[in-house]
Design a protein around this ligand. Structure first.
Ligand code: NOJ
Length: 516
């Protein structure tokens, strides 16, 4: 495996609960993933990022870890993990695992020990506990990202503990050296097992401003599109990464860290990518951008300029397990799917790395009409349904046209119900079918492999809401508008078009690549 593979890789996010269920309990598992490695190899991805599979009470779908060195029995055990990793490696696919260092589960042995110990004890020093002075008034005005206050009282009512997310996810105290040592050891545990890197959850969290001061306003901070806060994007967090980088460098195989860091600018994000810190940081600007040439161009320019400054690759994302799927974000239906394919094709021609979220290669939409009683996202429950939550992008994948779970598992109901019309979006329905989204992704990824971008030079715009660029290996034209734009001046040999050209015109909501 060659050096710096991660500078232009295509990385596929597997959300273990919803990818493939081998044991038939309605929830995905590691053996399910292993059995589908050939599918991922055929898609042409270089690596998998696997969302958490650790022991967990699953109060936040596994982002509440009770043992960082164990597998949740719902997903399998360590030998299943090893087998899956071996199968992926044998297929030439690397594996990045998720690391959750901002908080543990309240069922983690450290938190249980803290609850059993007295205020002021070393056990409580691993978290943020504060004395209760007024039972109605928490220590500061911070609000949980999932709704409600970020503080909960211990059962005896004597102390509060901090949780930026659910009350079952107490925040660790990163001023405590023990916390640092523990995570270094966890990193080594998985590196020794052979993983190729880590996606760092809430990588802009962990360090809190001294004294835990109030935020401005009412204390409500969104995770998505957030700005700096006394608990987000504090400068001290970079010191942690400077201690992690030498550890990963000790291991062979060009292993990496990718940050989930929601910052208020590409400039702040690039600080995480200095040469002695992390390798990649998701760029969420295109997740937040409307489907418009001006917005996309601004985000692209800013990412390229800032990341060049620190020598890091751009890291492009359109969907993941926290945001509405991009087909739906772009309006849904046929037009939404057309725009989603256009945006994906655009990403695959930008310089840098592209993350693909499971199911987007099938053109899956967000499931908006899940019944309340099946919803699991704590943000739905903590806001009394005011926030619809993220279950709609986590519905299990359809592999077959028929069966109780459309081939997701051998039997039984999946943990979230699938829409009936996903039969037509199943792998079985799309595999080998001319014009299917799956075949489009396979083709686009294959073409990209032979023609990797070396840079980006903007060309004259073909229309008001359209742009064109030369990436050193091909010319891309993207039409964000509704009306066709003339493209014959950009090339003659079409490598791939997300929608057919008509009389030298690219339809609305489409991308075309021309050979240079
Ligand atoms: C970000 C993860 O992507 C999200 O799913 C999770 O709820 C929060 N971090 C808390 O861990």
């Amino acid at each position: 495996m060659s050096g710096n593979w991660w500078r232009d890789a295509v990385i596929y996010q597997v959300y273990p609960r919803s990818f493939a269920d081998a044991d038939g309990d309605g929830m995905g598992d590691l053996e399910g993933i292993r059995s589908r490695i050939p599918y991922l190899a055929q898609l042409g991805v270089d690596a998998i990022w696997l969302s958490p599979f650790y022991a967990s009470p699953q109060k936040d779908a596994g982002y509440d870890v009770s043992d960082y060195r164990a597998i949740d029995p719902r997903f399998g055990d360590l030998s299943d993990f090893d087998r899956m990793l071996e199968t992926a490696h044998a297929a030439g696919i690397r594996l990045i695992v998720d690391l959750v260092p901002n908080h543990t589960s309240s069922e983690h042995e450290w938190f249980q020990a803290a609850l059993a110990a007295a205020p002021g004890s070393p056990e409580r020093e691993r978290y943020h506990f504060r004395d209760v002075t007024d039972p109605e008034v928490p220590p500061n005005n911070w609000q949980s990202i999932f709704g409600g206050p970020a503080w909960t009282k211990t059962d005896d009512g004597k102390q509060w503990y901090l949780h930026l997310f659910d009350s079952s996810q107490p925040d660790l105290n990163w001023d405590n050296p023990e916390v640092h040592e523990e995570f270094k050891s966890v990193l080594r545990f998985w590196l020794d097992r052979g993983v190729d890197g880590f996606r760092i959850d809430v990588a802009h969290g962990m360090v809190k401003a001294p004294g835990l001061p109030d935020t401005g306003g009412d204390g409500t901070i969104e995770m998505i599109g957030t700005t700096q806060a006394p608990f987000f994007d504090q400068d001290g967090v970079h010191d942690i990464y400077r201690t992690w980088r030498p550890i990963i460098e000790e291991y062979e195989g060009d292993r990496i860290f990718v940050a989930e860091a929601w910052t208020d600018s590409a400039e702040r994000r690039s600080l995480y990518l200095r040469p002695d810190e992390l390798h990649q940081a998701f760029n969420f600007d295109l997740v937040l951008a409307p489907f418009s040439a001006a917005d996309f161009r601004k985000a692209i320019d800013s990412e390229i300029a800032n990341n060049a400054g620190v020598g890091a690759p751009c890291t492009w994302v359109l969907s993941n397990h926290d945001v509405q799927r991009h087909v739906t974000r772009y309006g849904g239906g046929e037009a939404g799917l057309a725009r989603a394919k256009a945006a994906t094709q655009l990403l695959l021609s930008l310089p840098g790395v592209v993350y693909v979220y499971q199911g987007e290669e099938l053109g899956l939409n967000e499931v908006l009409d899940l019944p309340d009683e099946v919803r699991e996202d704590p943000s739905f429950h903590r806001t009394g349904g005011e926030q619809i939550g993220r279950d709609g992008c986590r519905v299990p994948l359809p592999w077959k046209r028929e069966g109780a779970s459309l081939g997701f598992g051998p039997a039984g109901e999946p943990w979230l119900p699938q829409p009936a019309d996903w039969a037509d979006l199943s792998v079985e329905a799309e595999d080998g079918a001319a014009g299917s989204t799956l075949e489009f992704y396979r083709q686009a990824i294959a073409i990209r492999k032979g023609r990797k971008a070396t840079g980006l030079t903007w060309l004259a715009d073909p229309g008001d809401n359209a742009f064109a660029f030369d990436n050193g290996a091909l010319v891309a034209v993207v039409n964000f508008g509704d009306e066709p734009v003339p493209v014959s001046g950009y090339g003659t040999e079409v490598l791939l078009a997300s929608a057919d050209l008509v009389d030298g015109h690219l339809p609305g909501g489409a991308t075309v690549w021309f050979a240079k």
